[in-house]
Design a protein around this ligand. Structure first.
Ligand SMILES: [Zn+2]
Length: 305
């Protein structure tokens, strides 16, 4: 058996020329995983389009409807930072479906990885920072509603604080939110996660991994989640345009091995999303994202999942 990987051709939607969101990366990641033999075509799962009802497990119906129909106020649309199109609305929904599927498969198989997802800046009634619907939060609610899990741990290592997710679950003891992020980065106004670990600008591999190592094992034994949702944003990389930390490719790979091995060795299943990553050099960026799938594949084999 091999690592389940989730991809849908509609993960890529057209954006105007020169837009700074690297939309092309999702399909290029899929192609790189195939080309490098990290995943064979038989390992890929295609997500279903989620119902509006499912998205409304987290988001207010007026927002979901206005976004999907393209009738959001211009100010709300600008806060998202992506120009509306029906293709982008479709892409937003199918990526949510992908994270839900990753969570379901992760629970069943031990690990599963989406090739998109991690839209952690989305709040119940508005989107921000390239995030429209909060896939992580929706996946939590779907698993709980299906009575597949009770307790969930979100490990958010994207360089930006998972403010939307923190807000959504602030009074909910069934979902523990852990965010390790650069302290002086977007969002300007932080929310309170169950555990926030703000990091100073310029932090490098060893210090970063040591910091992670001082929190993650204890957190797992304290929370004892039925599943871990892992946002593996690669924007802590030194080459990232929006990052401000200084991890290398090797550091990112070691991070993914550390998170996945720690979870799996202690019996906790994991569902992974790729999170943020911003660079003009698309090839380097896509390689960075693929480190998650390389590590997941390695851990999957190593532990005989
Ligand atoms: Zn980010």
């Amino acid at each position: 058996m091999d690592l389940p990987v989730i991809f849908h051709p509609d993960y890529v939607a057209f954006l105007p020329e020169g837009h700074r969101f690297p939309m092309a990366k999702f399909k290029l990641l899929y192609e790189l995983l195939l080309a490098d033999g990290i995943a064979q075509s038989g390992q890929f799962y295609t997500p279903e389009y989620p119902s509006q009802e499912l998205i409304e497990l987290i988001h207010v119906p007026e927002y979901v409807q206005a976004y999907c129909e393209g009738t959001l106020e211009p100010k709300a649309q600008r806060r998202i930072g992506l120009p509306w199109s029906s293709a982008l609305a479709n892409r937003t929904c199918i990526a949510v479906g992908g994270t839900v599927l990753a969570a379901q498969l992760g629970l069943k198989k031990g690990i599963a990885c989406n090739t998109a997802g991690g839209t952690h800046h989305a709040f119940p009634s508005y989107g921000s920072g390239f995030c429209i619907f909060n896939d992580l939060a929706i996946a939590c609610r779907v698993l709980q509603k299906q009575e597949l899990v009770k307790k969930i741990l979100i490990v958010d290592l994207d360089v930006h604080q998972g403010d939307g997710t923190a807000f959504i679950f602030q009074d909910d003891e069934s979902v523990f939110t852990f965010s390790m992020h650069c302290e002086v980065n977007f969002p300007g106004r932080k929310q309170r996660s169950d555990l926030d670990v703000p990091l100073p600008v310029g932090m490098e591999d060893d210090e970063y991994l040591q910091t992670l190592g001082t929190y993650l094992p204890d957190l797992l034994s304290q929370v004892k989640p039925d599943i871990v949702l892992y946002d593996a944003g690669v924007d802590p990389h030194i080459g990232d345009k929006l990052g401000k930390l200084a991890l290398t490719d090797i550091g990112i790979y070691r991070r993914e091995m550390q998170v996945l091995s720690t979870c799996i060795a202690n019996g906790y299943p994991v569902a992974c999303v790729i999170g943020g990553g911003y660079a003009d050099d698309m090839k380097s960026l896509v390689y960075r994202h693929s480190l998650l799938h390389r590590a997941a594949s390695q851990v999957y084999q190593q532990y005989g999942l």
